[in-house]
Ligand binder design. Structure first.
Ligand code: PLP
Ligand code: TYF
Length: 394
């Protein structure tokens, strides 16, 4: 049986992570996988999460199964975090999932159950797992233009032109904030234009929000998701807690599906729970419980928001430093977009050859499409990266 198996394509980001580990050089810099690292290169357990874990040990009396949807208190806390009352609670179905990836996967499967003909439109480029999961579960896909390599910004005209292909029932996947891999984001006005288009044709938005709090702030980063959810009859939201709570390996995420009417919600909720059961029965609980504790306890929440803000501002500072260093070395403003991008990532617009040269000559690892993880830098390594980019011909 297994002899029938063919090698599967590797995840380029995870392969890069492995190549970095195997590089014997001392001076190497990892700007690959999207994991936050502080100035010492450490991915810390966030302070509020550490405290919550200690408290949980004291109060947790059982590890018996939760429910197929996970703990409803987690869904409530995540709905408040992401939507903050933008949509009536009785229109929202929600389940805990294994990470944001689990939410994306279950969201796609819910779409397929509801409308097998729906095409899912994703940005070009997008997080590679979007396309690979859609392909794996045989869902029809399409792409819309998104990134303008020249300016490092969004090609909004191209995007809207491609969305003219939408038909009723199609789904458009949007990044709620901090676009991965480009770092370039729609303005709220542009989101409104997209929403108007979706409503005009009867297409459905799906929002992937994996970096709330990493861009312009916790509330600011949710503004687009709230706008979309408020303005469209139906919305699907896949939220990840991996980055903003630093609970990557606990696999913590939430899938929300907003129905047009409250009367529909029980069937939508039942469908999400059913999908969980088909795939893994009960979602992981530990990370979800910690997140719930942090979000619902005033002291823990304040501590969490303070640290999240430190993380956000440290990345913004590095962006500004890198943009100004590149301005100085290139004697031009062509890299200014680095300071305008938001989130963990920026796509620099370098050719694969230059990316390879930067890796070979300087031990600096970025994804082949020239995506860098800003958090992989610190104040000392920013000038090294800028220097390498210019010396490699970027
Ligand atoms: N969606 C996007 C756009 C991402 O960048 C990520 C990456 O972490 C995820 C979803 C899912 O992350 P996780 O499954 O680790 O929560
Ligand atoms: O884009 C990233 O780097 C993060 C982490 O299969 C990640 O989203 C990368 C690959 C993957 C899962 C998560």
């Amino acid at each position: 049986m297994f002899s029938n198996l063919k090698p599967q394509p590797a995840d380029k980001i995870l392969a890069l992570m492995q190549a970095y580990r195997e590089d014997p050089r001392d001076q190497k810099i990892d700007l690959g996988v999207g994991v936050y690292k502080n100035a010492e290169g450490v991915t810390p357990v966030m302070r509020a999460i550490k405290t919550a874990e200690k408290q949980l040990w004291e109060v947790e009396t059982t590890k018996a199964y939760t429910g197929l949807a996970g703990d409803p208190a987690f869904s409530d806390a995540m709905i408040n975090l992401v939507l903050d009352g933008a949509v009536a609670r009785d229109r929202i179905a929600a389940v805990a999932t294994p990470g944001g990836t689990g939410a994306v996967r279950q969201g796609f499967e819910a779409i397929r159950l509801a409308n097998p003909d729906a095409r899912v439109f994703v940005s070009d480029p997008t997080w590679p797992n979007h396309l690979s999961i859609l392909k794996f579960i045989n869902m029809p896909t399409a792409t819309y233009r998104y990134f303008d390599e020249q300016s490092g910004g969004v090609n909004f005209d191209g995007m809207m032109e491609d969305l003219n292909q939408l038909q009723k029932g199609d789904v458009v996947l949007l990044h709620g904030c901090c676009h991965n891999p480009t770092g370039a984001n729609l303005t709220l006005d542009q989101f409104q234009t997209v929403v108007d288009k979706l409503n005009e044709v009867g297409a459905v938005p799906m929002i992937d929000i994996a970096y709330q709090g990493f861009g312009d702030g916790l509330e600011e980063d949710a503004a687009a998701t709230r706008l979309v959810a408020k303005s469209c009859p139906e919305t699907i939201i896949a939220a990840s807690c991996s980055k903003n709570f630093g609970v990557y390996r606990e696999r913590t995420g939430c899938l929300m599906a907003i129905s047009e009417t409250a009367a529909q919600t029980p069937v939508t909720q039942g469908t999400l729970a059913f999908l969980n059961r088909q795939n893994f029965s009960f979602p992981p609980d530990h990370g979800a419980r910690l997140v719930t504790m942090v979000l619902t306890d005033d002291a823990l929440r304040t501590e969490w928001q303070t640290e999240l803000e430190e993380v956000r501002l440290s990345m913004l500072g590095l962006r500004e430093q890198l943009a100004s260093e590149l301005k100085r070395l290139s004697n031009s403003d062509r890299f200014d977009f680095v300071a305008h991008h938001r989130g963990m990532f920026s796509r620099l617009g370098l050719s694969p050859e230059i990316v390879e040269k930067i890796k070979a000559d300087f031990g600096i690892y970025m994804v082949g499409d020239s995506r860098i993880n800003i958090a992989g830098l610190n104040q000392t390594t920013v000038p090294l990266l800028a220097d390498a980019i210019i010396k490699a011909g970027g």
